[in-house]
Design a protein around this ligand. Structure first.
Ligand SMILES: [Fe+2]
Ligand SMILES: [Fe+2]
Length: 250
């Protein structure tokens, strides 16, 4: 990467008012005098409270693809609710892994365009992590089918995962972001992903599904490695910047 293009270089930045003795106070005064909507923070909170009490949910669990789920739960309402929690969370991870593949696609394109640093990510490592995410997606698909669920259905938590990831996808796929900036956003995904895989393994254990829990432990180990590796890349980048020895190479 060209040194002059580093985001930490000084260049035009129109934000901040503390260094402007005349325009700074004028901006504060302008904000105070500007017309505003009636009400206050308390009134806003009250409206939110009303809405939260009145509106419905974001979504519900889809009907099972086969009778197996129903058979598994034995018809008991409480048990069915619990099984749906597991299916919802499996659906959530499925959605997350799908986007995980796309995040690595974008990171690989960025690395190809910008290069990497000493002990930073390599294309081969990113490709391996991408393959891990694709493998996790396929594994979850199989698990859901075997449980009698429809893997193409978007569960409520899967729906929310898509919204949660939207900002990360935006940062990583923005052509103006640097590889370290994109990796920082991606780290958010890996932190959530690794913790969520941990929860999924615990959930399978709690259900007494020992075989399923065992199957989910390999992806968990890989996700923990993704999280730790991305963290190490970013720490190394910062150390090179501080040491004045950061150099990008293809
Ligand atoms: Fe993942
Ligand atoms: Fe991952």
């Amino acid at each position: 990467m060209n040194r002059a293009r580093r985001p930490t270089d000084l260049a035009l930045n129109r934000t901040g008012i503390y260094l402007s003795p005349t325009d700074g106070p004028a901006v504060v005064e302008g904000a105070r005098d500007a017309p505003s909507s009636p009400g206050c923070a308390r009134a806003l909170a009250e409206v939110r409270r009303q809405y939260a009490g009145e509106v419905g949910l974001i979504g519900h669990m889809p009907a099972p693809a086969s009778l197996r789920v129903v058979e598994n739960v034995g018809g008991a309402v409480l048990r069915r609710h619990k099984v749906h929690l597991l299916l919802d969370k499996l659906g959530e991870r499925l959605a997350f892994e799908r986007t995980g593949v796309r995040l690595f696609d974008a990171l690989m394109a960025k690395l190809e365009a910008q290069g990497s640093w000493d002990r930073g990510p390599t294309l081969a490592e990113l490709a391996q992590f991408r393959a891990d995410e694709a493998h996790h997606f396929a594994l979850l698909q199989d698990v859901l089918i075997n449980l009698g669920a429809d893997p193409t259905a978007i569960t409520p938590s899967a729906d929310l995962a898509g919204v949660e990831l939207a900002g990360i996808v935006q940062v990583v796929s923005d052509p103006r972001t640097t590889l370290p900036q994109a990796l920082h956003a991606h780290l958010v995904a890996e932190l959530v992903d690794s913790t969520s895989w941990e929860q999924l393994v615990d959930l399978a254990d709690d259900f007494g599904e020992a075989a399923l829990a065992h199957k989910l432990r390999e992806p968990l180990a890989q996700e923990l490695r993704h999280r730790d590796t991305v963290t190490t890349w970013l720490k190394r980048h910062a150390a090179l910047v501080v040491g004045g020895t950061l150099k990008y190479s293809a």
